[in-house]
Every structure is written in structure tokens, then in C-alpha cells.
Design a binder for this molecule. Structure first.
Ligand code: C2O
Length: 523
């Protein structure tokens, strides 16, 4: 059924795409984007592949800014100081401020780019400069732009993986943004993933951040592969301009930003904690999220195109409505009212699974496992007393249409000795999975994309003390489907990790290990 649905979505989006252009769908989105910007705003950001992108100015600015840092490392308008605001091993009042796994991930990076763009204008002498974006989600644009691959250029970074600097395309399900673009809400919850974050004090990477945003960092690797160095690579800023554009695209499709005043005004525990940056005159400035939202006094730019590729067709409101209706039909005509009898069985099963808890752990395998270049399979044995609960949870997944539980496969405390340069694809009950087969939806649950956000302190909301990163994959549907095909027994799960890099180079550049694997059910 899932396969059919995907095909159907694809066909209808293809058919409607022609219509959308003829009917002026693009005009609609454009209007929404320009309404977001104040009247005096004239800046437009272009794709790096568009001839209007001012790469010469950017190149000049990189040179000027790098020279500033050489002369005076404390020059806030210098290249390394700007990168250090994001992350660095050096100590400094204004350093290590990047917001990851935070509900300020999008606004913090937007503000960061805004002041950087102003500094580039000043440093290049090009007052009309706007930051180009690298639209890596467009399959025609998924190789590193050539200007960044010329070895003698200021835009080159020799620490990147070989494949990326050779122009190999960055491909894979990790870079598919459709799920993020289809997220109905900005904020995620215990049982659903949001577009851009979860409310503090919780910390979790939502769909626009992980996997896609993180995967670009991981596959480029080198400086880009770790938050402490990412801002040193000139492509960083173009990558983030695209993430910022995707936020606009998501909003233009009729979605909304959080209404929460703490999010808008940067409040933590009743204390206002503005973002701190430096402007093009080298002066310290404090801003909040609200300054950068539609109508905010700092939002002085828009993007030339919010729907330049197929997943972004979802930004067309009518088209999206049609797709969602199609999805409901495909699922069997929408929610059917539960009979009293059914409701009773469901409640019994809920008691079996959860008792009084909201979250239960069915199994855990706690030996650290090293992931290398060849596939590794870990068997998670489900203890006798958990099997009944596992079965009931799988059944509830489709019987309880009102409050379905979520079964998660958790890959915990993943550590690495450096930027790995590869992602690890995770398969359920497919121990023969390997890097040359394309992930199929029957067994592929997601990817471990290790862009370490932990292990460096000083961040805005405080970072985890834990040295590793945690990944949770929703296996409710895959588990049910495997069970229906008799490819799942409730006593064990085989979890296979497959290394995948760029251009067939699948050997990790560092040692990656997994601390713990568990299966939980949440409601
Ligand atoms: Cu703060 Cu893409 O990193």
C-alpha cells in the first residue's frame, strides 16, 4: 500500500505541477514571500547556480576576512572569529553559540547569516551582495558547486571528502526533504516529529535539521563535519542559506511558526537571552527570534524561488490539499469511528503495553559496537516478558486510530573520533543489506548521521553533557508490515548498519561506535 501511495503522490504532483504554473501557483507563493519582508527590503537571494549569484564578491570578501583574522584574530569581522561564533575549541565570550537540537536552530542560523551577509557586503565593497544558496535538494544541483572545487580558490577547502571535491553528487534518502516539507507543525511532540524543533527544555533534532541538514555536513566532512569547525568552510553559509530558504518554503505552504512567546522573545527560565552577533562596523548587537520572523524589522530579504524542485511542489496549498486528500483516501477513507467493543480491546492492549507509564522499554543491548566500512548486525533479543507487549504495541499501531503508540528503535550514545564522512544506514531484519543496494521501504528505518552537537559547552540553551548523539527511528509501520509478511518474530530484532559515503567511498574517516540499542514504545 505504501508503495502505491508514493507512486500516486508522485503522479498527481507531476500532473498538477504543469497546472500550477499555468494557474499562477508560483505567483501565489511569491506573494506570500514578499509579504513577509518589510517594504524597504529589496534584497533577493539567488541560487548559487544562477548567474545572478555574486560569487566574485563572495570570493573577495573571504580573502579580506581571512586577512583580517591573520592580522588580528580578535577582529569580529574576520573569517575565523565569525566561524568561532558558531563553534571553536578556543575560549571566548562570543564563541560556541550555535543552536542545534534546539527550537532556535532555524532563527539562530538565520540571524547568524544575516550579520555575516552584511559583513560580506562591507568587506567586498559590493553593497548589493546577497548570500547565494546551495539548493542541494534539487537533483540537478546536488554536486558541490564548481566554484568551490577549484583548488586554488579561496572557496576551496581541502579538508572535505575527496568525492565531494571531485564533484560527485550527494544522494540518498537522507537528503530527501519531502517528509520535512510535509510536517504539519513547527514543533514536534512525543509521538510526532515537527519541522523545526521541540520546546525547551527538551532538545531534539526535528525533520529539517536531521537527517537532511546534518547529512550535508557529514558527507562534506572535514571542517564541515563538526560544529566546532563548520563555519570555516565557505560552503557552510550557502548550505545554511538553503536551509533558511526551506523554512520560508515550508511557511509559504500555509504552515505557521510557533506562537510561544518564549520562542519569539528568546526567554529561558523567565530570563531574556538574546542572540549576540557583530555587525559590519564591528559593533556587538543583540537580536531575538521575533526580529527575523515575517514582519520583523531585520527580515530584509526574500528568496528568488521557493519551489524550484519537485518536493517543494508541496508548497502549493491547493496541490498539498489534493495530496493530503489522496493520502486519506488511500488509507481507507479517513478515520472510522471505533465501536464500543473495539475501544475496549484497545484499552486492554494499552494496559498490557504501558501499565501506567507513557514510555516503556522492551529491550536494550548495551555493549559498545564499532561500525566500520563493512556492514555490522546487532541482534536485540526481546526478553520473554516483553514479547506480549511488543505484539500488542504492533497491533495497536493500526487498530488504535485515535492515539496510536509509536515504537522506536533507539541508537544511543553514538560517538566518533572525528568527522566520519559517511552516514550509517539502518536496516531492520535485513542482515544482508549492503552499500550497493538502494534502501527499500520494507527494511530501511533511517540513517545515523553523526554531526556532533554535543560535547562542547556554552551554547545558548546549554548542551547535553553526554558525549554521544542519540537517534530514534519510528519502526511502527515497518514492524507491522514485516510481521504481516512473517518477517518479524517478537523474540528478536536484527539491526544492520551500512556505511555510505560519496562517490562509492564508504570507508569512514574516523572510528564510529554505538553505545546502546533499545526498543521503546511511547504514547
Ligand atoms: Cu550550526 Cu549546519 O550548523
Amino acid at each position: 500500500m505504501k508503495k502505491g501511495m508514493t507512486r500516486r503522490l508522485f503522479l498527481s504532483s507531476g500532473a498538477a505541477a504543469g497546472g500550477a504554473v499555468a494557474l499562477g501557483g508560483r505567483g501565489l507563493v511569491k506573494a506570500a514571500a514578499s509579504a513577509a519582508a518589510p517594504a524597504q527590503a529589496g534584497f533577493i537571494r539567488f541560487s548559487v547556480f544562477d548567474p545572478r549569484a555574486r560569487l566574485d564578491s563572495y570570493r573577495r570578501a573571504v580573502e579580506v576576512m581571512q586577512e583580517r583574522s591573520r592580522v588580528n584574530p580578535n577582529d569580529p569581522r574576520g573569517w575565523t572569529f565569525q566561524a568561532s561564533i558558531h563553534g571553536t575549541t578556543a575560549q571566548g565570550e562570543f564563541f560556541n553559540k550555535c543552536e542545534h537540537a534546539s527550537w532556535w536552530f532555524l532563527p539562530w542560523h538565520r540571524a547568524y547569516l544575516y550579520f555575516f551577509e552584511r559583513i560580506v557586503r562591507e568587506a567586498s565593497g559590493d553593497r548589493d551582495f546577497t548570500l547565494p544558496y546551495w539548493d542541494w535538494n534539487d537533483s540537478n544541483h546536488n554536486s558541490l558547486p564548481s566554484a568551490f572545487r577549484e583548488t586554488n580558490s579561496r572557496l576551496f577547502d581541502s579538508t572535505r571528502t575527496e568525492g565531494v571535491n571531485n564533484g560527485e553528487p550527494l544522494v540518498g534518502p537522507e537528503l530527501n526533504i519531502s517528509r520535512a516539507m510535509a510536517a504539519p507543525a513547527f514543533l514536534g511532540s512525543a509521538t510526532s516529529r515537527g519541522f523545526g524543533g521541540v520546546p525547551l527544555p527538551a532538545r531534539r533534532k526535528e525533520l529539517i535539521e536531521r537527517p537532511s541538514h546534518d547529512t550535508i555536513h557529514v558527507l562534506i566532512s572535514g571542517n564541515m563535519g563538526h560544529p566546532l569547525t563548520a563555519g570555516l568552510d565557505p560552503i557552510f553559509w550557502l548550505h545554511h542559506a538553503n536551509v533558511d530558504r526551506l523554512w520560508d518554503a515550508w511557511l509559504a505552504s500555509g504552515r505557521a511558526n510557533p506562537a510561544d512567546a518564549n520562542w519569539r522573545n528568546n526567554v529561558v527560565n523567565r530570563v531574556r537571552r538574546p542572540f549576540v552577533f557583530f555587525n559590519e562596523r564591528g559593533q556587538q548587537v543583540e537580536v531575538t527570534t521575533a526580529d527575523f520572523l515575517p514582519g520583523g524589522n531585520r527580515l530584509d530579504y526574500s528568496y528568488d524561488d521557493l519551489e524550484g524542485n519537485s518536493p517543494l511542489l508541496l508548497t502549493n496549498r491547493d496541490l498539498r490539499g489534493a495530496l493530503e486528500r489522496g493520502q486519506r483516501d488511500a488509507a481507507g477513507g479517513g478515520a472510522v469511528a471505533l465501536t464500543a467493543q473495539k475501544r475496549k480491546t484497545i484499552q486492554e492492549k494499552q494496559r498490557t503495553v504501558f501499565g501506567d507509564a507513557r514510555r516503556v522499554e522492551l529491550t536494550a543491548a548495551g555493549n559498545r559496537v564499532v561500525l566500520g566500512a563493512t556492514p555490522v548486525t546487532v541482534r536485540a533479543v526481546i526478553p520473554e516478558n516483553s514479547r506480549v507487549r511488543f505484539r500488542a504495541a504492533l497491533e495497536l499501531g493500526h487498530e488504535d486510530v485515535e492515539t496510536p503508540p509509536v515504537i522506536n528503535l533507539n541508537v544511543e550514545d553514538v560517538r566518533s573520533t572525528g568527522a566520519p564522512g559517511v552516514v550509517y544506514r539502518v536496516y531492520l531484519n535485513q542482515p544482508d543489506a549492503n552499500a550497493s543496494v538502494d534502501p527499500d521501504e520494507a527494511n530501511y528505518v533511517g540513517s545515523v548521521v553523526l554531526f556532533q552537537s554535543s560535547g562542547h559547552g556554552g551554547g545558548h540553551g546549554g548542551h547535553d553533557a553526554q558525549p554521544g548523539e542519540n537517534f530514534s527511528f519510528d519502526i511502527t509501520n515497518i514492524g507491522q508490515a514485516l510481521r504481516e509478511r512473517r518477517r518479524l518474530d517478537e523474540s528478536k530484532l536484527d539491526v544492520t548498519f551500512v556505511s555510505k559515503g560519496v562517490g562509492g567511498r564508504n570507508v569512514p574517516r574516523s572510528e564510529v561506535s554505538v553505545g546502546r540499542i533499545s526498543v521503546t514504545v511511547e504514547r
